[in-house]
Design a protein around this ligand. Structure first.
Ligand SMILES: C[S@@+](CC[C@H](N)C(=O)[O-])C[C@H]1O[C@@H](n2cnc3c(N)ncnc32)[C@H](O)[C@@H]1O
Length: 283
């Protein structure tokens, strides 16, 4: 089978499952993964014949995609803030709005060598992106899931950087009370209430880890309250806390942080115009 026939085959096979635009990006990612091709290679090598092994790999990927498994899990990695991040079902897939949060943090970084804590680090995407940009800062990542931490550690290893990953429960601050004197605290915590489940895409519910997404009903703010209190005790003067939030509760997080006594509490919208981030300063 030649490459141009593979392109048509993939299109026909996946078109009942994915919209046209998504299909194109899936196609590019598959060719990059199996053959190491760029977008241009797909055109200029259209008449190159596929080896048996390569055909088998394409078929394997197609099978998983038809079961609606996210491409990031099927391929085992994704790009986050311009770097490769390994992904598997033990961790949330890093999202574009989280890249925007990293961008905001780095905009406000005024020195290398800062002490940074990423709470609910998951794949470690935020921690790794910050450490890659500022190699001299001391980055700590905590997560309740030892499985997520194993993936986060692999991500630090492939980028040859050192991050201190610690297993801990932020809702039980005594476990992590030794992490003090911080300049930056960042968190993209679980914030979806269980009652919102029926509005969510099936492939998220079927594949992504529940503990990364959900909180009990009526407790959408539970992590923001706990992290806010922790930040109030453990940030240095002038230190900052950055949150990703749902658009639904962004205002509530702003109010909460103001009530707690943080200053310069600011909300920011994502590229789609939705309020999805908050930053606050500890005086
Ligand atoms: C929304 S995910 C964010 C993952 C990653 N930081 C990202 O932005 O892609 C939330 C993370 O919080 C972790 N988590 C859930 N409950 C926690 C708790 N009580 N203490 C610490 N981490 C927790 C989950 O395991 C998950 O990795």
């Amino acid at each position: 089978m030649m490459n141009k026939a593979v392109v048509n085959f993939i299109r026909d096979d996946l078109s009942p499952f994915y919209p046209e635009q998504e299909l194109n990006s899936i196609l590019f990612l598959m060719f990059e993964e199996v053959l190491g091709y760029s977008k241009t290679d797909i055109i200029i090598k259209a008449d190159t014949k596929l080896k048996k092994k390569e055909k088998f790999r394409f078929e394997q990927i197609l099978g998983r995609l038809k079961r609606m498994e996210p491409i990031q899990y099927v391929l085992g990695s994704t790009q986050f803030y311009g770097i490769k991040i390994l992904t598997d079902v033990r961790t949330l897939i890093p999202r574009p709005e989280t890249e925007e949060l990293v961008s905001w943090i780095l905009e406000e970084f005024n020195a290398d060598g800062l002490r940074v804590l990423d709470i609910g680090t998951g794949s470690g995407c935020i921690a790794v992106a910050i450490k890659k940009c500022y190699p001299n800062c001391q980055v700590i990542g905590i997560d309740i899931s030892e499985h997520a931490l194993a993936v986060a550690q692999k991500n630090a290893d492939i980028h040859k950087i050192s991050i201190n990953f610690i297993q801990g429960n932020i809702l039980n601050a005594t476990e992590i009370h030794k992490i003090k004197e911080l300049d930056i605290i960042v968190s993209n915590p679980p914030y979806i209430e269980l009652k919102e489940k029926n509005m969510m895409a099936k492939n998220i519910l079927d594949f992504e880890p529940e503990e990364a997404l959900f909180v009990e009903n009526n407790s959408a703010l539970i992590f923001y309250e706990a992290i806010g209190e922790f930040a109030f005790k453990n940030l240095r003067s002038g230190g900052k806390v950055f949150f990703e939030t749902s658009a639904l509760y962004n205002n509530a997080v702003v109010d909460l942080l103001k009530k707690m006594g943080f200053i310069s509490v600011e909300s920011r919208k994502d590229i789609n115009g939705k309020p999805r981030m908050v930053r606050a300063v500890f005086k």
